[in-house]
Design a binder for this molecule. Structure first.
Ligand code: FES
Length: 92
């Protein structure tokens, strides 16, 4: 299992299987990441991987519509498009 820390929810820590979708884990475990569409369209789930960026999968084309290269370099992702394969800490 991997550990995901939801920094804006008082640092709540939850466990999930490797390669979990970040927004799905947030919904299931009440992590608190904001969302609307769940499908990579609205941009509401924009978040920042504060620790463990190397444990996330490749940035999707849909994310590039909402995030600049500079934001991506700073660790910003869209939670509904991001899969996690190791421990991370996320803020939003
Ligand atoms: S929830 Fe709409 S883009 Fe992720």
């Amino acid at each position: 299992m991997i550990r995901i820390t939801f920094l804006n929810s008082d640092g709540k820590v939850v466990e999930a299987p490797p390669n979990s979708n970040l927004l799905r884990v947030s919904l299931k475990e009440k992590g608190g990441i904001p969302f609307k569409c769940g499908g990579g369209l609205c941009g509401t789930c924009k978040c920042r991987i504060e620790q463990g960026m190397a444990h996330t999968d490749a940035v999707k084309p849909k994310e590039r519509r909402h995030l600049s290269d500079a934001q991506l370099a700073e660790g910003y992702r869209m939670a509904c498009q991001t899969f996690v394969n190791g421990d991370i800490a996320v803020s939003w």
